[in-house]
Design a protein around this ligand. Structure first.
Ligand code: GYE
Length: 319
């Protein structure tokens, strides 16, 4: 019986190899936000519709788990590895292992910090610095329109410490506000991109002297989930989020559109999680022996209270 089973397994593998079926290992970083859930659905759904054999793992926001997943994909001899690195450092050894095994790695959604960019074939995702700049530019315009003056105190909810989107969304935002001496970040703390920790951090902000002193309270969150947690904390503390603060998020998830439509939040900068189709286009090109671009950015916009209510049904239909 065992021999028959083993034979069937070997047959199945060789049939799929003969049919040219592509195997991809995707070392997802976790399930920390609605963005991530949509991203996972896109990666899984697109593999299924293209008949790609996807080996998927979830590292629960731990780098060591992601490294182990990549090593196991190398051992299994997959065709291509997809990796959204949870933090941006500490990847060189495992990327070198993949390179030596001749398995291309596509960085999907987050970047790594390395001086040797031959360790991965390509990056697909967002320009996080531009997202931070969009958030800053929106804020400057809003303050000018509302008060005729660019001043205020920013309470910043930072993403996962050391993650590319957290580093760059901060950098981009600071690039813009640096020109305005009366607009400053007065508190900045990580909420690890989750709703629960966003709420906790906001609870601490509300108790701080900076909060009491602030004249124009601005909340800038590196993702919508942390902002939605913060809105809960504000409401529980008796603060009217939409009236007493200016609230900015990133991602543009449907729940943020809803919060904006309800007047509890002001704006969200889009970060597109639906990168499955572009990702597998790159995978298929690689397997066909073609060269692919080193960087592929996804198209993104900014949605505020002028349009969020009208666009909510469309957003919900996406993810
Ligand atoms: O913005 C955030 C998620 O890496 C772009 O990760 C992604 C970010 C996204 O947890 O919500």
């Amino acid at each position: 019986m065992r021999k028959v089973m083993a034979f069937l397994v070997v047959m199945a593998i060789s049939v799929s190899a003969m049919a040219g079926q592509i195997t991809v290992g995707f070392a997802q970083l976790g399930a920390e936000s609605m963005w991530r859930t949509a991203n996972t659905d896109s990666i899984k759904g697109e593999a299924a519709s293209r008949g790609i054999n996807l080996i998927f793992s979830d590292a629960q926001q731990k780098q060591e788990n992601q490294i182990k997943a990549v090593q196991s994909f190398i051992a299994q001899g997959v065709d291509v590895i997809g990796l959204p690195p949870v933090v941006n450092s500490g990847w060189e050894p495992v990327l070198r292992e993949a390179k030596e095994a001749g398995i291309p790695v596509i960085l999907a959604d987050r970047t790594v910090d390395t001086s040797d960019d031959s360790l991965y074939v390509s990056f697909i995702g967002s320009n996080f610095i531009m997202e931070g700049e969009s958030a800053g530019n929106w804020l400057v315009r809003e303050l000018k329109a509302k008060y005729g003056d660019v001043k205020g105190e920013v309470f910043e909810l930072v993403g996962t410490v050391g993650a590319a989107p957290a580093i760059d969304r901060k950098k981009g935002f600071e690039n813009v506000i640096a020109s305005y001496p009366n607009l400053n970040i007065v508190k900045s703390q990580s909420g690890d991109f989750t709703r629960a920790q966003g709420k906790e951090v906001m609870e601490a902000f509300i108790k701080s002297p900076e909060w009491t002193k602030a004249q124009t309270k601005i909340i800038y969150g590196h993702n919508d989930d942390m902002v939605l947690g913060a809105i809960q904390a504000l409401e529980e503390a008796g603060v009217n989020p939409g009236k007493e603060c200016i609230i900015i998020g990133v991602d543009a998830i449907a729940d943020a559109f809803e919060a904006i439509a309800q007047g509890k939040m002001h704006v969200t900068v889009e970060c597109n999680p639906l990168i499955g189709p572009q990702f597998y286009d790159m995978v298929e090109a690689l397997v066909a022996g073609k060269t692919i671009p080193k960087i592929v950015y996804s198209n993104e916009g900014t949605y505020d209270y002028y349009c969020a209510a009208a666009l909510l049904p469309w957003r919900r239909s996406l993810y």
